[in-house]
Design a protein around this ligand. Structure first.
Ligand code: G16
Length: 551
């Protein structure tokens, strides 16, 4: 039976996408009509452009398996059938990592994807849920599109859902749903093949098979579990005890699936133990973030990007000349030094992966990355957690150096960009708004002022002009540059679901190798103190210390 039912809806004014899709409390998403309103607004908005419409085209659907994933998949399939989508390619059991979905959009020349995830945010009835939208080419929806979807979501009056047979998502195969085909695929196979085409799997397998090399990968009960088992385990021969938390759980075991020192407890304990493995890594809920560890150390994401770009030729997929590198504005300037040494352009973009995609599409860059534990390349239009892990294993296998040696040699050549991020979480929206407004209004007065012993050279609100489209983006943070070339960046997070989070990023370049081993908190203590003074944090927030320090 194929019936289309149309239901009335009402505006949900909060359906504005943040840094990466729409992210809300699960309870918000679970309220009647909420998901439907957003999906219908998306389908209708895409319909306005014949080059973008999903009607009569193929789309990709999957998620990170978090609580509410199955129900959302069923609803979206019914809505896609009602809308006239020709084919929906769904990962088995409704599972696709974000980079795998991006790859499938490209591989299958699909018109886009819906990826059900709230990334590294916790899941469950009390946790978060979300949707990332990809467009053709596999890139996250650009701001102009998400703004148009938001406008549409505020005026939508009805949505349509078709009654379709319950698809068997447990097995690969094809099912008819009215005029639509539901194609259930192995979630891992195409992505694994892509990874095999990029990296030296023989060298990595030899490294992993070497008894003297030990590593630990933490899938955090998220989407990379099955990918890690298939790629690291079956294809590269990693023993099962080298991988932890590869079983997917709808609540990620009650933890935030966030690859950070704060959340990857077992992995971090093991790497900081007396007899640590040689290499450690983790990925987040939807598999796009990565954290790289060596014994007793974490590789800062800005350094990871720089090191991957500097060592690109170890991997067969990256032997062609480096095109350029891009990093988000708050990310450390370590990659700038590699780009300068190699004579290629460096692009500084706003936070959010979508801003890299025109540069990738226009073949201006080979690699891009962000301080928020995201790294990737021209192979996809999303950041890619397992890709970064494989890149590091490939570097270690070919260079025959430990993680700490790779870091030390890199810093020796380029200097070390000491880096720290302070987060002030759970601020009320009004306080955060006042703080940012006051800071912005005062920016013009800062140059020439001396704050706690250092003179401010320059201060501005970051304004990005996309070199490909000429579009400008503003409101993505403020930069303060000191006479000693140290830098502060202030911005509000765009991924939270409660209150506001102020992020302050501090960095300072150090050439002297004798100082490279110092803790960032020591080297940057004064700089972070200047940040508190400049933004009047204690006065405005009542906080003396950040809730989290990352770095
Ligand atoms: C998302 C985006 C990233 C961005 C990050 C920043 O990551 O995809 O490009 O760097 O948010 O988060 P915030 O705005 O909180 O600083 P994800 O992994 O959450 O999708």
């Amino acid at each position: 039976m194929f019936n289309i039912h149309t239901y009335p809806t009402h505006p949900f004014p909060d359906q504005r996408a943040g840094t990466s899709g729409l992210r809300k409390k699960t309870q918000v998403f679970a309220q009647p009509g909420y998901l439907e309103n957003f999906v219908q607004a998306t389908l209708d908005t895409l319909d306005e452009d014949p080059q973008r419409t999903w009607r009569n085209h193929t789309v990709i659907l999957g998620g990170d398996g978090r609580y509410h994933n199955d129900e959302a998949i069923r609803t979206i399939l019914g809505m896609a059938a009602a809308h006239g989508v020709r084919r929906v390619v769904v990962g088995r059991a409704g599972i696709l990592s974000t980079p795998a979905a991006s790859h499938l959009v490209r591989l299958r020349q699909a018109r886009g994807a819906l990826i059900l995830t709230a990334s590294h945010n916790p899941a469950g009835p009390e946790g978060d849920f979300g949707i990332k939208i990809s467009v053709s080419g596999g890139a996250p929806a650009p701001e102009s599109l998400t703004e148009a979807i938001h406008a549409r979501s505020c005026v939508l009056e009805e949505y349509s859902v078709a009654t379709i047979p319950e698809p068997d998502l447990g097995h690969p195969g094809e099912y008819r749903a009215g005029n639509m085909t539901v194609e259930v695929i192995d979630s891992v196979a195409d992505y694994a093949q892509l990874m095999e085409s990029l990296f030296d799997f023989d060298a990595i397998a030899a490294l992993i098979g070497n008894q003297s090399f030990r590593f630990l990968y933490d899938a955090m009960h998220g989407a990379t579990g099955p990918y890690a088992r298939a790629i690291l385990g079956q294809r590269l021969g990693a023993a099962s005890e080298s991988m932890i938390r590869t079983d997917m759980l709808p609540d990620f075991g009650g933890e935030a699936p966030d690859p950070s020192l704060q959340h990857a407890h077992q992995l971090v304990l093991s790497l900081y133990d007396r007899n640590p493995p040689d290499f450690g890594a983790a990925s987040d809920g939807d598999g796009d973030r990565n954290m790289i560890l060596g014994p007793g150390l974490m590789v800062p994401p800005g350094d990871s990007l720089a090191i991957i770009a500097a060592n690109a030729d170890v991997a067969p997929g990256y032997r062609q000349p480096l095109r350029g590198i891009a990093r988000s504005m708050p990310t450390s300037r370590a990659a700038d030094r590699v780009a300068a040494a190699k004579g290629v352009p460096l692009y500084e973009t706003p936070t959010g992966w979508k801003f890299f995609c025109n540069l990738l599409e226009d073949q201006r860059i080979s690699f891009c990355g962000e301080e928020s534990f995201g790294t990737s390349s021209s192979h996809a239009r999303e950041k890619d957690g397992l890709w970064a892990v494989l890149f590091w294993l490939n570097i270690i296998a070919v260079r025959r150096q430990s993680v700490s040696e790779i870091l030390a040699r890199h810093w020796q050549q380029y200097g070390r960009d000491f880096y720290l991020r302070h987060d002030y979480e759970g601020l009320d929206l009004e306080t955060a708004d006042t703080l940012i407004t006051r800071l912005r209004d005062n920016l013009g007065n800062l140059p020439g002022e001396t704050v706690a012993g250092e003179r401010i050279e320059k201060a501005d609100a970051f304004r990005y002009v996309d070199p490909v489209t000429g579009e400008t983006a503003t409101g993505h943070g403020m930069r303060v540059l000191f006479a000693d070339d140290s830098r502060l960046v202030f911005r509000l997070s765009g991924t939270g679901t409660a209150g506001a989070t102020l992020r302050i990023y501090g960095e300072k370049h150090e050439r002297d190798a004798a100082r490279h081993g110092l803790p960032p908190a020591t080297v940057l203590a004064k700089l972070m103190h200047r940040a508190r003074l400049i933004a009047a944090i204690p006065e405005l927030t009542g906080r003396e210390q950040p809730s989290v320090a990352v770095g």
